[in-house]
Design a protein around this ligand. Structure first.
Ligand code: PLP
Length: 465
């Protein structure tokens, strides 16, 4: 195993430009047929941005430019791109066994990954149900919550509680408990019997916080003071929140807030589900967000970093008592939960997950996130005086820079900054007028400087109008 010092040296010395090996010939395919997700299709196709390669901290565009990855792809490539160990594991598995039926059959990799995830998970969360994405895993967790209460003889507990500005993927379950209006408004009545907590974002009290803000633990009390009296606790199945809301613009949980949600759920028999799709696998420092905030949920939803983004995979990690109640209490020789996916625990995904978990361990990447976080924090907070910045916030290896929206043009200022950064060779991510940074955990201090320095230059340029 390489020592931490060796690993750092190695990261810092990685080559930056791969242009020659990845340069692509002129585009010889039309763009029209691909209906792109969560993308302004027409604007994109008029001025496309295509990646053709990736290695470690960089993407390579189709015209051979290196782009520093400030977002770990979509919050998923925590160990950096095309890591040899993961690539080799996927290749080997593809040649050995491409697919194994997921129902009434198994293969060793799925059991091994489940056992390793169970070992990493906090408390007695020790049973793992595989899906293929965060969205599927969210649906799975919600269904398990309902099935659990039914198995306990409380089948009336069907109300699900999410939170404003929560993102739980794009399935009907996820958008129902999710709280992003743009993701909901076109799609009818969604799941019935859903309610939402207020979000915790408050710039009046918490602007420019470093780490978890001091103000706001009391916002959890809304669960007990408004939502539980309205629906009656005896009807509520579960509360689902992201420990740190990522996609809606990096909303950091106030100190004590998640602890209070846990206590209220306990008092009233509600399951607490943490959606750890972004916060899992070192993003906030330790392995899970639950570890970072010291709160043990009843279920965790995981995806993204589980395979380092290399093969789609999601999962639900459930407490032993949930598994026992649904599985061990069912009549023998019956299928205990009528749920699953053709590709649950797909061999390529489990191979990628095993190799990713090995790599995280060998390079002590969870420790790495923790160690880098203070440097990252100071770097991003140096942007405070840039034009139009109304807030900067951070937790672990995530940060957000919130901009004042241009008059009548919400989101446009941040998106122009995104385009400028891309031109300058850095990938950032925007949600409305919030810029989110979540680089791979292998980023060096020098690359943090490059990321933040490029963003500063872009903010200055876009700030002129
Ligand atoms: N949950 C959270 C917290 C997420 O951030 C995401 C995706 O960003 C999802 C669920 C959905 O994951 P997927 O896009 O893999 O379906």
């Amino acid at each position: 195993m390489r020592s931490m010092a060796d690993s750092q040296l190695h990261w810092q010395n990685r080559p930056v430009i791969f242009a020659d090996s990845h340069a692509m010939p002129p585009r010889d395919y039309p763009l029209e047929s691909y209906w792109m997700p969560f993308t302004a299709n027409r604007a994109f196709k008029a001025a496309p941005r295509l990646f053709a390669g990736a290695k470690d901290m960089h993407y390579v565009t189709e015209d051979g430019r290196a782009v520093l990855d400030g977002t770990a792809g979509l919050w998923c490539v925590n160990a950096g791109h095309c890591r040899a160990k993961i690539v080799a594991a996927i290749q080997k598995q593809a040649a050995a066994m491409d697919y194994s039926p997921a129902f009434q059959m198994g293969h060793p990799g799925a059991f091994r990954v489940a056992e390793r995830v169970a070992r990493l998970a906090p408390g007695d969360l020790d049973h793992v149900f595989f899906a293929n994405s965060g969205s599927e895993a969210v649906d799975t967790a919600l269904k398990i919550a309902l099935a659990y209460h039914r198995a306990r003889g409380e089948s009336q507990r069907t109300v699900l509680i999410g939170r404003e500005r929560g993102y739980h993927g794009a399935g009907f379950g996820g958008i129902s408990v999710g709280g992003i209006s743009a993701n909901r408004k076109a799609f009818g009545s969604l799941l019935p019997r859903v309610d939402h907590l207020a979000h915790t974002h408050d710039l009046e009290h918490n602007a420019f916080s470093r780490g978890q803000p001091q103000w706001g633990a009391h916002l959890a009390d809304e669960l007990e003071n408004r939502i539980i009296p309205l629906h009656d606790a005896s009807n509520i199945a579960a509360v689902i929140v992201e420990p740190m809301a990522g996609s809606a613009g990096v909303l950091i949980p106030p100190k004590g807030y998640l602890e209070r949600l846990r206590q209220i759920c306990d008092r009233h028999g509600l399951l607490l589900i943490f959606d750890e799709v972004i916060t899992g696998f070192g993003r906030l420092g330790p392995c899970f967000g639950a570890d970072a905030v010291g709160v043990v949920p009843d279920m965790m939803v995981i995806a993204k970093g589980l395979t380092n983004g290399a093969v789609p995979m999601g999962a639900v990690v459930a407490r032993r008592g949930i598994y026992d109640r649904i599985v061990n209490a069912a009549p023998p020789d019956t299928i205990e939960l009528f749920h699953g996916y053709t590709y649950s625990g797909h061999p390529l995904a489990t191979a990628a997950a095993e190799a990713s978990l090995d790599l995280f361990e060998e390079e002590r990447l969870f420790g790495r996130g923790q160690e880098l976080a203070p440097y990252f924090q100071e770097a991003v907070h140096s942007l405070r005086e840039m034009p139009h910045v109304t807030d900067i916030r951070n937790l672990g290896m995530v940060a957000a820079i919130e901009l004042e929206s241009g008059p009548g043009r919400p989101g446009e200022r941040a998106f122009r900054t995104f385009l400028k950064c891309y031109e300058k060779g850095v990938l950032i991510r925007t949600t409305g007028d919030i810029i989110a940074l979540s680089p791979p955990l292998i980023i060096s201090r020098q690359q943090i400087d490059e990321l933040v320095g490029t963003l500063a230059a872009a903010l200055k340029e876009t700030g002129r109008n």
